[in-house]
Ligand binder design. Structure first.
Ligand SMILES: C[S@@+](CC[C@H](N)C(=O)[O-])C[C@H]1O[C@@H](n2cnc3c(N)ncnc32)[C@H](O)[C@@H]1O
Length: 394
C-alpha cells in the first residue's frame, strides 16, 4: 500500500472540510460506503494509482477521466528560434524504458481502472500520437468497449519550432464503456443545448489552458506542465455523468477533474504521486464555488423521461371524454373517447393514427398535433404529459 496520506477539500452538502496539507491536522474525510469498504470521496490520494485503485471497492465509480503519462521520450532540450528553452514535458513521471515498459504500465492501470468502474460506467483517456494508439489497443484488450474517439483541436497550439513537421494541434480522447452493450450515461440533449441546439460532434475546438486558469508558483512558473483546460472537463462531465456521480482521476496532476467535478456537483477521487501537485490541486479545488443545484439541472433526453401513455391523461380527468381536440390552426377536429382513442370523419384510433389520418400524412406525433382549450388559448396535449412527468420526477 502507498503511504496513507490524502487531501480532502471542502465538499458539497452539510459537511465542509478544509484542504489538508501535511502540517495541518486532518478532519474526518467524507466517505460513501460500498459493500464493506468506504469510498474516499473528494480526496486526493497519494502514491501509485495502480495500488490505490486495487485497494478501492470493486464497481464503485461512475466515470474515470485518465490523463496518463505521454511517454514523450524527449531527447535533449527543445529551443525556440530565439534560443529560449521550450517548457516541454521532460519530468521523471513521463519516462519509461521503451514501449514495452509503457505497455506493461498501461495494461496494469487499465485493468485496475476497469475493476473499480460500475457496470454502466465509462472511461475517458486523453493522449497524443505518442501514446494514444498504444493505450487504445490496450484498453480494447482489457475488455473496454470504445464508444467514440474525440479530437480536441487546440485553437491556440504551440507552433512547431523547427518547422520539420506539422504543428501538433490536437489531442485524442477515447471514450469507452466498461463492457460491450453496457448501459451508460450520455446526456445527449444537454450536450446539444451546450452546442446551440446542434448535435454535438466528435471534433471539439477548445483553447489550451492559459491565462488566469493556469496555475503558477510564486516565481511565475507553471505548477504543472500538462494542466488541462477546465472547459474540456466541463463538457465531458456534463455529457457523461449525473449530479452526485463519482468521478475518479488516477493521474490527477493539478486537479482539473476535481475542480470541474466540484463545480458541477459531482463527487470526485484523485490519485497523484507527486506531493507538489497534490498540494496545488487541493488548494485549487478548495477555492472552487459549486454551482447551485437548480443550475445543475440539464436538458433531459425524451428517451430518459418516463413514458406516459395518453390514457393516463384521460384516466386522471385532465381531459374529459366527449370533448373536442383540434389542430393548432383549429381546422382539424376530433372527439375524445373514454378509452383515450379519438374519432374524426369516421376514423377512430390513437392520437397519432387519427392525427395522421386527418392530414392524409403517413405519420403524426399526436402529442404535439392535438390541442385543447385552456384559458381561451389552444395548448398542445403534450403540456399535460409534461405535468405528469414533472410530478413523477419531483
Ligand atoms: C499528464 S499529467 C495529468 C495532468 C492533469 N490532467 C491536469 O490537468 O493537471 C499525469 C500526472 O500523473 C501523475 N502520475 C504519473 N504516474 C503516476 C502513477 N503511477 N500514479 C499516480 N500518479 C501518476 C504525474 O505525476 C502527473 O501529474
Amino acid at each position: 500500500m502507498p503511504a496513507e496520506t490524502s487531501q480532502t477539500v471542502a465538499t458539497r452538502g452539510a459537511k465542509t472540510v478544509r484542504p489538508a496539507v501535511a502540517a495541518r491536522p486532518r478532519k474526518a474525510p467524507r466517505a460513501r460506503v460500498v459493500g464493506a469498504q468506504a469510498l474516499p470521496l473528494n480526496q486526493i490520494l497519494s502514491g501509485d494509482c495502480i495500488e490505490r485503485m486495487n485497494a478501492m471497492p470493486e464497481g464503485s465509480v461512475d466515470m474515470i477521466f485518465a490523463d496518463p503519462p505521454y511517454n514523450l521520450q524527449l531527447r535533449g532540450d527543445l529551443h525556440r528560434p530565439d534560443n529560449s528553452k521550450v517548457d516541454a514535458v521532460d519530468d521523471a513521471w513521463d519516462r519509461f524504458d521503451g514501449f514495452a515498459a509503457y505497455d506493461r504500465f498501461s495494461r496494469a492501470w487499465l485493468k485496475a481502472a476497469r475493476r473499480v468502474l460500475k457496470p454502466g460506467g465509462t472511461m475517458w483517456v486523453i493522449g497524443s500520437y505518442h501514446n494514444i494508439f498504444r493505450v487504445g489497443a490496450a484498453l480494447q484488450d482489457e475488455g473496454f468497449w470504445i464508444l467514440n474517439d474525440i479530437v480536441w483541436r487546440k485553437s491556440n497550439p504551440m507552433p512547431n519550432f523547427r518547422g520539420r513537421r506539422f504543428t501538433n494541434a490536437h489531442e485524442t480522447l477515447i471514450w469507452a464503456a466498461r463492457d460491450e452493450g453496457g448501459k451508460y450515461t450520455f446526456n445527449y440533449e444537454a450536450l446539444k443545448s451546450l452546442n446551440d441546439g446542434v448535435q454535438m460532434r466528435s471534433d471539439w475546438v477548445l483553447p489550451i489552458c492559459s491565462g488566469g486558469e493556469r496555475l503558477k508558483d510564486e516565481a511565475g512558473r507553471k505548477v504543472h506542465p500538462t494542466q488541462k483546460p477546465e472547459a474540456l472537463l466541463h463538457r465531458i462531465i456534463l455529457g457523461a455523468t449525473q449530479p452526485g456521480d463519482v468521478i475518479l482521476d488516477p493521474f490527477f496532476g493539478s486537479g482539473t477533474t476535481g475542480a470541474a467535478a466540484r463545480r458541477l456537483g459531482r463527487a470526485w477521487i484523485g490519485i497523484e504521486r507527486e506531493e507538489a501537485y497534490r498540494t496545488a490541486a487541493a488548494k485549487r479545488i478548495a477555492e472552487v464555488k459549486p454551482y447551485d443545484m437548480e443550475a445543475l439541472q440539464t436538458t433531459r433526453s425524451r428517451r430518459a423521461a418516463p413514458r406516459i401513455p395518453f390514457g393516463q391523461v384521460v384516466e386522471r380527468g385532465m381531459l374529459r371524454p366527449g370533448m373536442v381536440l383540434s389542430s393548432a390552426d383549429g381546422r382539424r377536429k376530433a372527439k375524445l373517447r373514454a378509452d383515450a382513442t379519438l374519432s374524426a370523419d369516421g376514423t377512430t384510433g390513437s392520437i397519432h393514427q387519427v392525427g395522421a389520418a386527418v392530414q392524409g400524412a403517413p405519420s403524426c406525433n399526436g402529442w404535439t398535433f392535438w390541442h385543447f382549450e385552456k384559458d381561451g388559448a389552444l395548448v398542445p396535449i403534450d403540456w399535460l404529459r409534461q405535468q405528469i412527468q414533472a410530478e413523477a420526477e419531483a
